[in-house]
Ligand binder design. Structure first.
Ligand code: SF4
Length: 156
C-alpha cells in the first residue's frame, strides 16, 4: 500500500472553531482517508505525537508550556500551516493582553492557570510558519484546498 502523508492537527488557546471548520468540510472523511492522521483530537481518541508531513495548528500561544509544545511540533513537522486569527495574529485571546499579568488576576478564577502565562501571541513569534490562513473562523474552501493541494504535491 502506498505511503500516506502523516497529518497532525493541533490546537492551542482558542475556541477550536477553526478545527471544527475542518470537520464541516463536505466529504472530509474521504479527504482524511488519503492521510495517515496521527493527531486530531476532535476526531480521534488515540493520538500520537510522531513525525508529521503536514501540521495544521490553530490557537494563540499564551503560556511557556505552549511555547515548548509548539516548538516540539515544529521540529517534527515538514510543513506547518497556521489557521485562523488566533494563530496568525493572537486573535481573541490577545485582547486580554491589554490587562497585563496583574490585571488578568482580577478575572481568572483559577490563579494557578496564570503561573507561566505570557502575552497571547501568534505562532510566527516563536517558530517558522510555512503558510498562514486568516479568518475567524477560516473558510472551509481554503483549508479544503490546502489539504487537497498537499496530497497532489505529495504524490509527485
Ligand atoms: S480564529 Fe476564531 S474561530 Fe478560529 S479558533 Fe480563533 S476564535 Fe475560534
Amino acid at each position: 500500500m502506498a505511503k500516506k502523508p502523516l497529518l497532525g492537527i493541533f490546537s492551542f488557546t482558542c475556541c477550536q472553531g477553526c478545527q471544527f471548520t475542518i470537520l464541516y468540510i463536505e466529504k472530509i472523511l474521504d479527504i482524511l482517508k488519503k492521510y495517515d492522521v496521527q493527531y486530531f483530537h476532535l476526531l480521534k481518541e488515540k493520538n500520537r505525537e510522531s513525525k508529521f508531513d503536514l501540521a495544521i495548528v490553530e490557537g494563540a500561544i499564551t503560556t511557556k508550556r505552549e511555547v515548548r509544545k509548539l516548538k516540539k511540533i515544529r521540529k517534527k513537522s515538514q510543513y506547518l500551516i497556521a489557521i485562523g486569527a488566533c494563530a496568525t495574529t493572537g486573535g481573541v485571546p490577545a485582547m486580554a493582553n491589554i490587562l497585563g499579568k496583574e490585571g488578568k488576576k482580577k478575572y481568572v478564577f483559577n490563579q494557578k492557570m496564570l503561573y507561566d502565562s505570557i502575552d497571547a501571541q501568534p505562532l510566527k513569534n516563536f517558530i517558522k510558519v510555512d503558510k498562514e490562513i486568516s479568518g475567524c473562523p477560516i473558510q472551509k474552501k481554503q483549508i479544503e484546498s490546502e489539504l487537497k493541494g498537499f496530497l497532489k504535491k505529495w504524490r509527485k
